[in-house]
Unconditional design. Structure first.
Ligand code: URA
Length: 433
């Protein structure tokens, strides 16, 4: 087989078979296919797409390029969740303790943030002492005993996806639905989940900018799950403004504690309970979604979920007192209030710009080797639909950098105003089963 022939076939929009897809993925991972030919192949996929079978085969090729996590020693139905990434998206940290509180085993591998989006592992590391590396034994035994463990992703998981993602990033081929869907699903499948609930974000802070595209991505991932024997549900949720009120690692942990105490913002509480309820139904803890939602809401109000989070922090080496006293989590030296210069309604907030501003304050990485300042971030005081008067604070920047003028300009520019009250933003657009 010659790579040039496979590229040609895809360029003409032909359907590739499993052997051809394996040949491309294995050849590139082993260094036998050079970047320039792989780039041409990715661009052909970008323009011509792939059918369901090709996408499932691409996903399997990624999975087979590395190790598969064996969760067979964990009792119960293993349910995983994944978010396609957003700004202020801290919901994994809320959803997992909610699920663990009702006995759903969640053995989660999470990533770090890059660019304008944050990563669950970075957020957890803002808790003093928290260990995101556990031995395999600890990982399995914690899930069996406490129903919860979160670790950084093993470097041996889906190495083909890692190498291809890096190439996509520099060849303008990230935003292709077959490529995103296979990339995300391969990591979920390699990390051993039996059932998967996906939070597909749509809006200014997400890969998918329109609801139609997000629904297509959601359907594609649900189809991959189905063809590879994993029960999969996708919830399409809003990312047209940051989630909740806090962006930045320690800030977001503080907000997670509020959600788990039953005092979270409406958008975050609704989305967290929706995803956790689908997980609870797939995990066969509740018979239907409505019962699950009601019971999990009660779990939040009862204080059980925040206690579970505290226990989880303690068993992974973190200081549990920080959950009772979240103000002791890292705090920045400077707090800069950005004020409104008009009397108006907030009509939209560009979530990506807020993510970029947070990164400029030290909360994120420009390159994967950058160090993160856990205390840096942004508090969104005003959100879409809020009325503001001249001089009202719309957001507060938290940083240790003395010079923060770039971030200030980007954060200010993220807010748009109008004289008329905008239509309320939906939290959830669709659920694909
Ligand atoms: N997240 C992934 O893991 N892969 C993609 O391609 C896009 C988002």
């Amino acid at each position: 087989m010659r790579i040039v022939d496979v590229i040609n076939r895809k360029k003409r929009g032909e359907i590739l078979n499993r052997e051809e897809i394996d040949f491309v993925v294995q050849g590139y991972t082993k260094g036998e296919i050079p970047d320039y030919q792989m780039s041409a192949f990715l661009m052909a996929v970008y323009f011509k797409g792939m059918n369901k079978e090709e996408i499932a085969n691409l996903t399997l090729a990624y999975v087979n390029s590395g190790e598969r996590v064996d969760l067979s020693r964990i009792q119960g139905i293993k349910v995983d969740k994944h978010s396609s990434g957003g700004v202020g998206d801290k919901l994994s940290l809320a959803i997992i303790p909610i699920c663990a509180s009702v006995g759903i085993p969640v053995a989660k591998m999470s990533g770090r943030g890059l660019g304008h989006t944050g990563g669950t592992i970075d957020k957890l590391e803002s808790i003093e002492g928290f260990r995101t590396e556990l031995t395999n034994e600890e990982f399995i035994s914690n899930v069996n005993k406490y129903k919860i463990a979160i670790v950084g992703q093993s470097p041996n998981l889906t190495p083909a996806d890692k190498k291809i993602y890096a190439l996509r990033d520099v060849t303008a081929t990230v935003d292709s639905i077959p490529l995103i869907a296979s990339s995300i699903m391969s990591k979920k499948i390699a990390s051993g989940a039996e059932c998967i609930v996906l939070d597909v974000k749509v809006g200014s802070g997400a890969f998918m900018k329109s609801v139609d595209e997000a629904v297509e991505l959601a359907r594609t991932m649900v189809d991959i799950g189905k063809s590879l024997g994993r029960k999969t549900i996708a919830v399409v949720t809003d990312m047209n403004q940051p989630l909740g009120h806090e962006v930045g690692n320690a800030n977001e942990v503080r907000e997670v504690i509020e959600i788990l105490r039953g005092k979270g913002s409406e958008d975050e509480t609704t989305i967290a309970l929706t995803i956790a309820s689908h997980m609870a139904v797939l995990g066969e803890v509740f018979a239907d979604f409505d019962t699950a939602y009601k019971e999990l809401h009660n779990i939040l109000k009862s204080g059980k979920a925040v206690e579970k989070f505290k226990e989880f922090v303690m068993i992974q080496g973190g200081n549990p007192e920080l959950i009772d006293y979240p103000d002791r989590l890292p705090q920045a030296k400077y707090h800069i209030e950005i004020k409104s210069s008009s009397n108006a309604y907030v009509s939209s907030i560009n979530a990506e710009d807020i993510g970029v501003a947070a990164m400029l304050l030290g909360a994120g990485r420009r390159t994967k080797d950058d160090k993160i300042d856990f205390s840096a971030g942004i508090t969104m005081v005003k959100k879409v639909g809020d009325k503001v008067n001249t001089g009202d604070t719309i957001c507060v920047l938290h940083t240790n950098y003395e010079n923060h003028s770039d971030a200030e300009a980007v954060a200010r520019g993220a807010f748009y105003f109008s004289d008329n009250k905008p239509e309320p933003i939906k939290y959830i657009y669709d659920v694909i089963k």
